[in-house]
Design a protein around this ligand. Structure first.
Ligand SMILES: Nc1ncnc2c1ncn2[C@@H]1O[C@H](COP(=O)(O)OP(=O)(O)OP(=O)(O)O)[C@@H](O)[C@H]1O
Ligand SMILES: [Mg+2]
Length: 351
């Protein structure tokens, strides 16, 4: 391996992460990948990954493990810090001897020992209860664990990679996260930007995500530019996880072909929209009916007024081409154009 990846070109760097499950095509992530590569080569260094939910912290952690020559043949073990059961937590972390307590019918290895030689991934470390923060810090500092019921401590050799879905520093300032544990974890800190700040990644990601499921769906060879243009306008608060779900839904309703495009997007929408917003539309319809019955407005006129208002709202968003507006309305440009003329509407910016 080149010294800490310094001699890799940007492409080679992206390629080596792509091959290990962390897909990216964007230039924005190159500095992050260089740091991650360097950390992977220094097998004992602790890494803290911060980023919103769904940005790929777990896949990046696993890629770092797989790039680590010393550790990659040993296990990558995940500890879900938010869902450790109070009562059993020590036994989960440190293991227990047979007969150590009622129900301990066999000897059990804890997570630390299961990860021996490899990597222990502390997922959602920001959710770790305070009492466990203290216990974790103690193990990290001494690299030794004692199974419940045992009188001997065992040395453990693990690399720690911790992930937090909100920045840890503010939690420390609010006294919700132990400062000493924070300093112990914050050796190499990497921040994964949200998807909306790296839309350059979309073509590569969509193609890769579509082919993750090639055992179930037909392989996808190409992604239409128009589909990417539409996806760019969406906010993606759930980041890559949400994009992955969108891609799966498109594949699910796709009829045939190796090209993923706008048609597949439209096909997946009708049911999804109706399912996701039944109450909103139900409430709106009830209000329209209330107005019709109370004021005697003719039905056709009421519906026209509603359509007009909906279109006005869509056109007033601003900064969008007419094509983008049509895409958001999930209608054709031609229909939109026709409606604009019918209602004599003036978009803020047309194309
Ligand atoms: N760069 C990427 N390449 C390939 N798949 C990705 C990438 N980023 C995210 N994913 C996919 O998105 C989903 C979420 O990723 P991951 O579990 O790593 O997110 P996370 O940051 O750990 O989220 P959370 O904070 O909610 O645990 C996974 O199914 C993963 O396969
Ligand atoms: Mg995760």
């Amino acid at each position: 391996m080149g010294i800490e990846g310094a001699f890799l070109t940007d492409n080679e760097l992206r390629q080596s992460f792509n091959e290990r499950g962390f897909v990216t095509g964007s230039q924005e992530l190159v500095p992050l990948l260089r740091h991650a590569y360097k950390a992977a080569c220094v097998s004992d260094i602790t890494v803290l990954l911060e980023g919103e939910t769904g940005t790929g912290k777990q896949v990046l952690a696993s890629a770092i493990h797989r790039l680590d020559q010393k550790r990659r043949a040993s296990p990558f073990v995940t500890m879900h810090c938010g869902s450790l059961s109070e009562g059993l937590v020590e036994s989960e972390l440190f293991g227990h001897q047979k007969g150590a307590f009622t129900g301990a019918v066999t000897h059990r290895k804890g997570l630390f020992q299961s990860a021996h030689g490899g990597t222990l991934f502390l997922d959602d470390v920001n959710d770790l209860p305070q009492n466990l923060q203290t216990k974790l810090l103690d193990v990290l500092q001494r690299s030794r664990v004692r199974a419940i019921g045992s009188d001997q401590e065992a040395q453990v050799d693990v690399r720690i990679i911790a992930a937090a879905n909100q920045p840890l520093k503010p939690l420390v300032l609010q006294n919700n996260f132990r400062a000493d544990l924070y300093h112990r974890l914050n050796v190499v800190r990497l921040w994964l930007p949200p998807l909306r700040d790296r839309m350059q990644d979309l073509p590569t990601l969509v193609l890769a995500l579509a082919n993750f499921h090639r055992d179930i769906y037909q392989p996808i060879e190409e992604v239409e530019f128009e589909l990417i243009t539409l996806l760019r306008t969406l906010p993606y608060p759930g980041n890559v996880r949400e994009l992955e779900n969108d891609v799966q839904r498109m594949l699910f309703s796709k009829a045939e072909g190796t090209r993923l495009g706008l048609a597949d997007w439209h096909r997946r929408w009708p049911e999804v929209e109706a399912e996701e917003h039944p109450d909103l539309l139900g409430e709106a319809a009830a209000k329209v009916w209330g107005a019709i019955s109370a004021q005697g407005i003719p039905y056709a006129q009421a519906i026209q007024q509603i359509e007009r208002r909906v279109l006005e709202a869509a056109l007033n968003v601003g900064g969008q081409t007419r094509r983008e507006i049509a895409q958001r309305l999930r209608t054709s440009e031609r229909t939109l154009y026709h409606k604009i003329r019918t209602y004599d509407l003036r978009p803020q910016r047309g194309s």
